[in-house]
Design a protein around this ligand. Structure first.
Ligand code: ZN
Length: 67
């Protein structure tokens, strides 16, 4: 593979992939179809929320990786 020096990461490309993706899931508790962002859900009907760790990527501002 050829690596292009000087262009490790383009800010524009990174911003383009930062927009949240809307997904849908059935509530694990009451079965209502609810929408979520990046795999994170909160049911307005019964208050069920899934673990944020089930999301597609770490929360914004999370700097706890790379260790
Ligand atoms: Zn629910």
């Amino acid at each position: 593979m050829s690596t292009s020096p000087g262009r490790e990461r383009c800010a524009a490309d990174e911003a383009a992939t930062e927009h949240p993706e809307i997904t849908y899931i059935g509530c694990a508790r009451c079965g209502t179809l609810i929408a979520g962002l990046d795999g994170r859900y909160a049911c307005s009907g019964c208050g069920w929320v899934n673990e944020w760790t089930e999301g597609y990527r770490p929360l914004p501002g999370d700097r706890g990786r790379g260790a």
